[in-house]
Design a protein around this ligand. Structure first.
Ligand SMILES: [Ca+2]
Ligand SMILES: [Ca+2]
Length: 608
């Protein structure tokens, strides 16, 4: 059932080359016979290839692609296969066998919400957000339509952010107790909200007893848990993260690629691997649903010159596979999402029996750029290509994880210069894509934030009054959101046209439409409107259209990213058939009359 399982070697090579080339190098607009225009994903390209080869019949393309898809990513093969009639799963066969209508790799999803606990909601009035506070705001998250929460680090740590752990078995007392976590997990479960937390295994805190012992005593069993060098040793100095990765102490140097306070753990030491698996098992045992794995590619990727080498990547993958296997003993359904801040070709191997999901960093910039430039990012083509790679690597079980920004990046509303229309369109793109979309707390109310890091992690604004109110965190004086005004939950909840209500609406569409929630992405070409009174010069670049498709259903998503009204003709797709029923619309002025779609400025529609 999986596309391209029998992919030809030549096609694989071309596909890999395309994957590492800059976007656009293999763009469908090239039309240069590279074969990529017809590269087959079930449900899109194959249908077109067939159509071109003259073998397509209306209503007959459904599920053809499995045959064409198996012929490989090389469109020429697909076309030949179709022309030769060798496509082996005609819809009639499929129907008689009770097979699905569309042969696609679904990505069952919920919308996740990233929370910096210190900034979210304070339950006990000490000014610091805490776990009881998160529990108190579960109703808010449920009303938003959220199905999962990612808690940034909650384990014991001396820093405000918590990415340097001093006790992997203890809750940070600022945030509460183990009982408070149990309470949060129980309340979340009642609302069908999953909870994962950050787990930081690449490094510990320099204050962790392991490291203190290793530093103090060269004979300590913990010495081999870290990496030491003498001042004279010749060691690579090109840290994978900016800055010198070696830190001097009075006995020599130690490796810490992020910061002197975060010494890297040595995963060639079997005791480290064993301990990290034990820690993962312990927290699953407490009821967590999985982990967000910090710095997943830096476990072995310590130096710039070697971090992307096949050897280092293979070592990373082997470690995460071992971790996954260990967790399976406690909960085979545990959800693992990794921070692999790299291109799709580096990410793909992590899906091989290791991670379930990985954040799509490249896509974040692309979505924000599309909203800002009011220009179609051609998502179906580029995502289709990447998802095929993930599908192969994972055997079909991967989940993409699109997002706009997170705790390491400037906030969406700042990147978009405060333009609420652009923020709405960025959200509309994000929330109509395959995979589990991740929101960053405060994004839904348009909070701003620019680095340094503290100031992209400012207290959540619950109240319109700049003086704040019960539960609002006071651990940091806001720099970018001081004047709450209309940038708060209180001022936007229930207010038509607010960013918060826009997010709620989009998530409610997603939760209501299986194709929008769980479907793969497919291409769809809008056509120019044929109208003698207004001779058309083609479809506007501001219109972005794609199909979302499960095995049983499909919907058409169309965005108008610009401030001008646009029209387009909806002609039946060879593969997906016709679309004509307006199921959801962000603007009541949007319409489908006959085959003519009219989209008001900055609007999104879902058409069946
Ligand atoms: Ca508190
Ligand atoms: Ca490392």
């Amino acid at each position: 059932m999986k596309a391209g399982r029998n992919i030809g070697l030549a096609a694989l090579v071309i596909w890999l080359v395309c994957l590492i080339l800059p976007l656009g190098a293999c763009s469908k607009t090239d039309g240069d016979g590279s074969g990529f225009k017809e590269s087959a994903r079930p449900g899109d390209r194959a249908g077109e290839a067939e159509h071109k080869a003259g073998a397509g019949e209306a209503g007959h393309a459904v599920n053809h692609s499995s045959g064409a898809g198996e012929a490989g990513a090389d469109g020429k093969h697909s076309a030949e296969a179709a022309e030769a009639g060798s496509s082996n799963s005609h819809s009639a066969d499929a129907e008689s066998a009770g097979a699905p209508l569309y042969d696609v790799d679904e990505q069952p999803s919920v919308v996740f919400y990233e929370i910096f606990v210190r900034s979210f909601y304070d339950s006990d009035g000490d000014g610091i957000g805490d776990l009881r506070g998160v529990a108190e705001k579960l109703d808010y998250l449920q009303e938003l339509g959220i199905g999962g929460i990612w808690l940034m680090p909650i384990l014991e740590s001396p820093s405000y952010h918590g990415y340097d752990t001093t006790d992997y078995y203890a809750i940070n007392p600022d945030y509460g107790t183990l009982e408070d976590l149990h309470n949060l997990l129980a309340e979340a479960k009642k609302r069908d909200i999953r909870v994962i937390m950050d787990l930081v295994v690449n490094h510990s805190s320099s204050q962790h007893p392991w490291f203190k012992e290793a530093l103090a005593d060269e004979a300590s069993p913990y010495r081999s848990w870290y990496t030491f060098a003498s001042e004279q040793d010749k060691v690579p100095a090109d840290g994978a993260v900016d800055g010198n990765p070696w830190h001097s102490y009075d006995g020599g140097r130690y490796l810490g690629i992020f910061w002197s306070g975060m010494p890297d753990l040595n995963f060639d030491e079997p005791a480290v691997r064993k301990e990290m698996i034990r820690i993962g098992q312990y927290w699953l045992g407490q009821g967590l649903d999985g982990f967000r794995l910090d710095a997943a590619k830096h476990v072995y990727g310590d130096f710039k010159s070697t971090a992307s080498s096949p050897e280092v990547q293979a070592a990373n993958r082997a470690w995460w596979q071992e971790f996954r296997q260990g967790l399976n003993e406690v909960n085979p359904d545990a959800y693992l999402i990794g921070e692999v801040w790299d291109s799709a070709s580096i990410i793909a191997p992590y899906f091989d029996q290791a991670l379930d999901s990985a954040f799509h960093f490249d896509l974040a910039g692309k979505l924000l750029g599309a909203a800002r430039n009011e220009s179609d990012p051609d998502l179906a083509f580029s995502l289709g290509r990447i998802h095929r790679a993930y599908e192969q690597s994972s055997g079909g079980s991967f989940l993409d994880a699109p997002f706009l920004s997170n705790h390491d990046q400037n906030r969406v509303m700042s990147v978009l210069n405060g333009n609420i229309n652009h923020a709405k369109m960025a959200a509309a793109l994000l929330l109509t894509l395959p995979g589990t979309p991740y929101l960053y707390y405060g994004e839904e109310i348009g909070m701003k934030g620019v680095k340094p890091d503290e100031y992209i992690r400012e207290p959540m604004l619950w109240y319109a009054d700049p003086a704040g109110g019960r539960g609002e965190s006071r651990w940091l004086a806001s720099r970018h959101n001081r004047e709450a005004g209309d940038r708060s939950v209180e001022s936007q909840a229930g207010v038509e046209g607010s960013l918060l209500e826009h997010y709620r609406m989009l998530i409610s569409w997603r939760n209501a439409e299986p194709a929008l929630r769980d479907g793969a992405i497919g291409e769809y070409e809008l056509k120019a409107v044929k109208d003698d009174s207004a001779p058309s010069d083609g479809v506007s670049e501001a219109l972005s259209a794609y199909v979302r498709v499960t095995r049983e259903e499909r919907v058409l998503v169309v965005h108008n990213l610009s401030g001008k009204e646009h029209k387009a003709a909806l002609e039946p797709s060879t593969f997906y058939g016709g679309f004509g029923e307006l199921a959801h619309s962000s603007n009541p002025q949007a319409s489908v009359e006959g085959t003519v779609l009219t989209l008001p400025p900055y609007s999104t529609v879902i058409i069946k």
